[in-house]
Design a protein. Sequence first.
Length: 445
Amino acid sequence: MAVYKKEQASKRFTTVERGPGHYEDIAALALENSIEHLNHAYRSKLCGAEGAVEFRDGGVYTYDNHGKRYLDCLGGYGIFNVGHRHPKVIAAVKAQLDQVCLHSQDLLNPWAAHLASQLSSVAPGNLKYTFFCNSGTEAVEGAIKLARLYTGKTEIISTKNSYHGVSMGALSATGREVFRKPFEPLLNGFVHVPFGDVEAIEAAIGKNTAAVILEPIQGEGGIHVPPPGYLRKVRQITKKKGVLLILDEVQTGMGRTGRMFACEHEAVVPDILCLAKALGGGVMPIGCFMSTSKIWKVLEPNPSIHNSTFGGNPLACTAASACLEVLMEEHLPARAAVMGNYFTRALTELRKRYPKYIADVRGRGLLIGLEFTSRELREVVQEHLFHRGVLVAATMNANRTIRIEPPLIITESQINLMVDTLEGIFKDVSSKGKMRTDKKKKKHA
């Protein structure tokens, strides 16, 4: 006890008196605490350098602690498909807080069972059984384990420039050296082939291949859409060779590309499907992997061989259930197709006017990649979009490209605002030759 008191005397434990103003209190210390207790990198983080703290949000907008409004074209890297704080999702979670928050593990969890039933009804083909976890990385980890367990084989084919997560198994599938190299040796048995190359996948399949894992559209790779028919041909090859197909729809699922799942554009049914991000309705973290009755049987002898303490908890599952209902009731996948076409056309017209700045516009639905002619230009444009009230971010594996992933409820006028703001930045760059950024001029103590 004396040692404990001595340690406490040299440290300061802060408390917050929770009430109407408590969020303002912790917001005032957010930058300092982030630098000192999360990561020193927050010294150079754009919103941190400006002292901007996320304070409240709703619909397609987020607001900082100074009251400034931002049009959210980043969407939390794809989690806010139904918008920020959708009333139905919020109400579902609030109601569940008065019932059961986290499950005891021993009794049946009704929300997990109900959500699994709902997912089975909207998932492509004969995908029927679901395992719930907390993130996309965990979903990929479980999918890899299930594929190895079911086939008795160990090799997994992935693609170059892919992104499947950062835990050891998911990182082994990820196809970018900058993430992989510092943590090698990773898991054995992972092969990476060019994305969009059917022949490369077929050539890589061997007698010990358990599965092929793909993103229908490479998200962090720079929003790359494969050639038409690619997924369908890969599906045909994997069936012919007796290899499982895992589709990572963590970023492309839940209506983002104009269908509930991106694989539906080519009528492809995977053996295992991974979901996360938008599944929680922008309110709760939840991920899952799904498969067929035939494959799921391998888990019956020992159902606990893969498990998660918090996976499938009632709060997360009720949020996901409400999210699915909103997607269906408000026809948001179809809306993503319409608004995505409008957004892409507007950006393509902008590219025609400013070919010196925009190298490419690509994507599907409201998953859009805007590639600039240089990394430096992308950084300047991204920062000035922030200053002018539009949130975007770069893709991790393609530093010249920004992702555009707004909530699926975005309107034409809001899209016009983003495009007009972007054009205003280009005009400023054109008139000044080169726009310096405040970020580069500042020195942080």
